[in-house]
Design a protein around this ligand. Structure first.
Ligand code: HEC
Ligand code: HEC
Ligand code: HEC
Ligand code: HEC
Length: 201
């Protein structure tokens, strides 16, 4: 009898684990074009930023002077170099993220989801609840807020293996507060109204 109760107990636990596994599926990367339809202003101004062009910097002949200064080979092709890709692409080696420049070209460069988190779940929340979702709900669906959480920018900018840090030139010193308002790096702010002007709901 005791054994049977135990069996049912274990069975119930495993069922509940399976179910919660489904409802809290780890979000995957979806690519910026599935954000851009609703967030035009962010999208268009992001395209002008250094982040959007971060993959270009890995190509041979690009940023030659900078590479020389950083002890990198200006004629080498770094676009397949594993030691560069985690910071110069979106979601490297994660579900839906960057694998190579041919099969996942949209994930080349530092895209929306590098700062906002893998979007498969919170994108559905945005679509369903429009302006009514809360930050807590969005976070539960995998959304990240880099202005609140320094670790997001810092994971690339203060990474031990980044070449271009203040060690090679003071201009690379990372001041996150200032950087958050740097139009060379961060897209323009959208107001809620702007987001709606271009809605396809
Ligand atoms: C179907 C339209 C739609 C899609 C697709 C969509 N969003 Fe949103 N998003 C909204 C709406 C509506 C809001 C709420 C109004 C606002 O803050 O602009 C919002 C808000 C946001 C916010 C502000 C969140 C907050 O809590 O203040 C961010 C950041 C954001 N979206 C990023 C993204 C990213 C990144 C993607 C792609 C992975 C995406 N959105 C996909 C419609 C969408
Ligand atoms: C996935 C890695 C990654 C994340 C996350 C990231 N960055 Fe960057 N950032 C880069 C790379 C790579 C470059 C260099 C792009 C290039 O020129 O190749 C860069 C460049 C910049 C620059 C320099 C722009 C210029 O040309 O002067 C600033 C400022 C910056 N980022 C700020 C931020 C801030 C603020 C955050 C967080 C909101 C952030 N970054 C998040 C990787 C990242
Ligand atoms: C830990 C994250 C990280 C790794 C790994 C990384 N980078 Fe970067 N890289 C950055 C960041 C952050 C910047 C922006 C620095 C700034 O402007 O403040 C950057 C900037 C650059 C730049 C532009 C410098 C300029 O002045 O415009 C080049 C070129 C570059 N990286 C090449 C590479 C190459 C090649 C590799 C691999 C050998 C690599 N990076 C690995 C984070 C990284
Ligand atoms: C380098 C980091 C970075 C990248 C890349 C990035 N964002 Fe943002 N975004 C931010 C920060 C920081 C905020 C301020 C709110 C927060 O803390 O997340 C923000 C805010 C937003 C908001 C809220 C409204 C506003 O403007 O304040 C939307 C919508 C948004 N981003 C959409 C996008 C979309 C779409 C993309 C890709 C085309 C994108 N973002 C790429 C850093 C980034």
């Amino acid at each position: 009898m005791l054994q049977r109760t135990w069996f049912i107990f274990v069975w119930a636990i495993s069922i509940s684990l399976t179910c919660s596994g489904v409802s809290f599926a780890k979000p995957g990367y979806v690519g910026g074009s599935s954000c851009g339809g609703c967030h035009r202003i962010a999208m268009v101004s992001w395209e002008m930023t250094a982040h959007a062009k971060a993959f270009e910097s890995l190509k041979p002949g690009v940023k030659k002077q900078e590479k020389l200064k950083g002890n990198l080979d200006p004629n080498k092709d770094y676009t397949n170099d594993k030691s560069c890709l985690k910071c110069h692409t979106t979601g490297y080696q994660e579900a839906g993220g960057f694998k190579d420049a041919v099969s996942t070209s949209e994930m080349a460069g530092v895209g929306c989801e590098s700062c906002h988190g893998a979007g498969s779940e919170y994108k559905v929340l945005h679509e369903k609840k429009k302006v009514t979702f809360t930050r807590e709900e969005a976070k539960a669906a995998g959304a990240l807020y880099s202005s609140e959480d320094p670790a997001i920018c810092n994971s690339c900018h203060l990474g031990k293996d980044s070449t271009f840090t203040e060690k090679i030139d003071k201009k690379y010193k990372f001041d996150r507060r200032k950087a958050l308002d740097d139009r060379k790096a961060i897209h323009k702010k959208e107001s809620t109204k702007d987001a709606f002007k271009v809605k396809m709901f």
